[in-house]
Write a protein that binds this ligand. Structure first.
Ligand code: PAF
Length: 280
């Protein structure tokens, strides 16, 4: 399995693959591959002839107080996981390969990026949309695979490809959870044992909220219920608990499902996010 670090290498490999009439699937990641990524890669392996995983800790999506420096980097281990899962190509560029020093073009996706996480992480989704556009231009995949754990990211990318007519099909894959419900994330490895024990309260809170919505609670009532459950856990600090329209991320137009319940909370310095969509 080749590991390419240069854009022109990837382009020439993909050109050859396409010449054979094979389809190309891309799983964009920042590395530190875990079970959530494995599920995306397995899904891609089932669907596409040629599977590419990109591994790039993208500086433009981290704010000044985010964890860019300490974000786990483990290319050798990741390459072994990718190989095991039957990936055909790893694309692991340097920051210099991806961004020239005078790079000044960004992709901005409007209102969707101002809600939820976007309200607390200015510039984050601009960085995500920009790097994902670049990856699409480099790899030109038929399909790209994203996890529903990053619900807002998924929505932003779906909107971007629609608005900019990008010829890529987005495949959304369900959140993978630990046995106690904690959504699997590369950031879970920062948690102390005590924080790790406290963290499943986030999913429990979402489940309580979802149950309340199904039982007729309003969005505001569900939000309050989710918030109260998390605030009850001393090792978690709630950033937001919102119940919104799953398509627009705005206040729901009417009572009842569909509703997206979304949470961000800190365990120490580690920011954890999770969500549940209560379907109609
Ligand atoms: O979800 C992620 O890991 C990143 O935001 C992504 C999509 C790879 C872009 O850097």
């Amino acid at each position: 399995m080749p590991i390419a670090s240069r854009i022109d290498e990837v382009r020439s490999i993909v050109r050859r693959v396409r010449g054979n009439g094979d389809s190309v699937g891309l799983v964009p990641t920042m590395g530190a591959l875990h079970e959530g990524h494995s599920a995306l890669l397995r899904r891609a392996r089932q669907t596409d002839d040629f599977v590419v995983v990109s591994i790039f800790v993208n500086p433009t999506q981290f704010g000044p107080s985010d964890d860019f420096e300490k974000y786990p980097r483990q290319l050798e281990k990741d390459a072994a996981v990718a190989e095991e899962l039957g990936v055909d190509l790893v694309f692991a560029p340097t920051a210099e390969e991806m961004y020239s020093p005078d790079s000044c073009t960004y992709v901005e996706v409007g209102e969707l990026t101002e809600e939820l996480c976007g309200a607390f992480r200015p510039g984050h989704f601009r960085g995500v949309a920009t790097v994902v556009s670049k990856l699409f231009n480099i790899v030109s995949p038929d399909r790209a695979y994203f996890g529903q754990k990053d619900y807002q990211q998924l929505l932003v990318i779906e909107r971007m490809i629609r608005d900019l007519d990008m010829p890529v099909e987005i495949v959304a894959c369900p959140t993978v959870r630990e046995a106690d419900g904690l959504a699997i994330s590369s950031r879970n490895e920062y948690l102390t044992p005590e924080q790790r024990s406290a963290a499943p309260a986030i999913y429990q809170a979402l489940q309580k909220g979802a149950e309340a919505v199904r039982g007729g609670a309003s969005a505001k009532e569900a939000e309050a219920m989710v918030a109260a459950h998390i605030e009850n856990e001393p090792l978690l600090e709630l950033q937001y608990a919102r119940a919104v329209d799953p398509h627009t991320l705005a206040e729901p137009g009417s009572a009842g499902p569909p509703i997206l319940l979304a949470v961000a909370a800190f365990a120490g310095d580690t920011r954890l996010i999770d969500n549940i969509v209560v379907e109609e």
